[in-house]
Design a protein around this ligand. Structure first.
Ligand SMILES: Cc1cc2nc3c(=O)[nH]c(=O)nc-3n(C[C@H](O)[C@H](O)[C@H](O)COP(=O)(O)O)c2cc1C
Length: 174
C-alpha cells in the first residue's frame, strides 16, 4: 500500500480544509501542515499531495517559501514519487494569477524528478485571465475557489480524490 503524505500551506484555512477532506478520502494518509512541521520529510512517502493557496501576485503560500527555496538549492531526488497538487485561489479578485502557486510548485517538483502527471483538471467552469497552473489547456491540479464557487468545492475535492487514486493505482475506499 502506497504511503500518502498530504503537505499543506494555508493562511485562511481553505486549502487546509481541502487537505483535511483529502486525508479522510485517502485512507491512512498523513496530513502535514507546513506551518507546524517545517522539516517535514518527503522521503517517508511514495505519494505526495501538495497543497498551497496563492498569495501576493501569484506567490505560493508563505509556509512553502523557505522549503521550496531549500529544495531548489539542495536538489533532493524525487524520482519514483507520485505527486499531485491542489490549492485555493480567487478567480474574480486575482484573475491574472489564479491558483498560480500550483504551477510554480509543479515546475519545481518536476525538475527534481517527481512524476507530476496526476490530477490534471478541466478549466471549464472557471473565469480568469491567466494562470501558471494552466498547462496544455488544463490545470495541473485541483483548483478551489471557495470565495466565488464555494458550492462546488466539496464535489471538486471528491471527484479529484477519485481521479488521483485511479490514476495512481491506489485502491478505492469509497
Ligand atoms: C493579498 C491577497 C493576495 C492574493 N493573491 C492571489 C493570487 O495571486 N491568485 C489567486 O488565485 N488568489 C489570490 N488570493 C486569494 C486567496 O488565495 C484565497 O483567499 C484563498 O481562498 C486562500 O486560501 P487559504 O485559506 O488556504 O490560504 C489572494 C488573497 C489576498 C488576500
Amino acid at each position: 500500500m502506497a504511503k500518502v503524505g498530504i503537505f499543506v500551506g494555508s493562511s485562511g484555512g481553505v486549502t487546509l480544509g481541502a487537505a483535511q477532506k483529502l486525508a479522510e478520502l485517502f485512507e491512512g494518509a498523513e496530513l502535514i501542515n507546513m506551518e507546524e512541521d517545517y522539516d517535514a520529510q518527503f522521503d517517508d512517502f511514495d505519494v505526495l499531495l501538495i497543497g498551497s493557496s496563492t498569495w501576493g501576485q501569484g506567490d505560493v503560500q508563505r509556509d512553502w517559501v523557505d522549503p521550496l527555496y531549500e529544495m531548489q538549492n539542495e536538489e533532493p531526488d524525487f524520482s519514483g514519487k507520485k505527486v499531485a497538487f491542489f490549492g485555493a485561489g480567487d478567480q474574480k479578485s486575482h484573475p491574472e494569477e489564479f491558483v498560480t502557486a500550483l504551477g510554480k510548485m509543479k515546475d519545481i517538483f518536476t525538475k527534481l524528478g517527481a512524476n507530476t502527471e496526476f490530477g490534471y483538471t478541466s478549466t471549464d467552469g472557471y473565469a480568469y485571465k491567466h494562470s501558471a497552473a494552466e498547462k496544455n489547456g488544463k490545470f495541473c491540479g485541483l483548483a478551489i475557489d471557495d470565495i466565488n464557487q464555494e458550492d462546488l468545492t466539496k464535489e471538486r475535492i471528491h471527484a479529484w480524490a477519485a481521479q488521483v487514486k485511479n490514476e495512481m493505482g491506489i485502491k478505492k475506499s469509497f
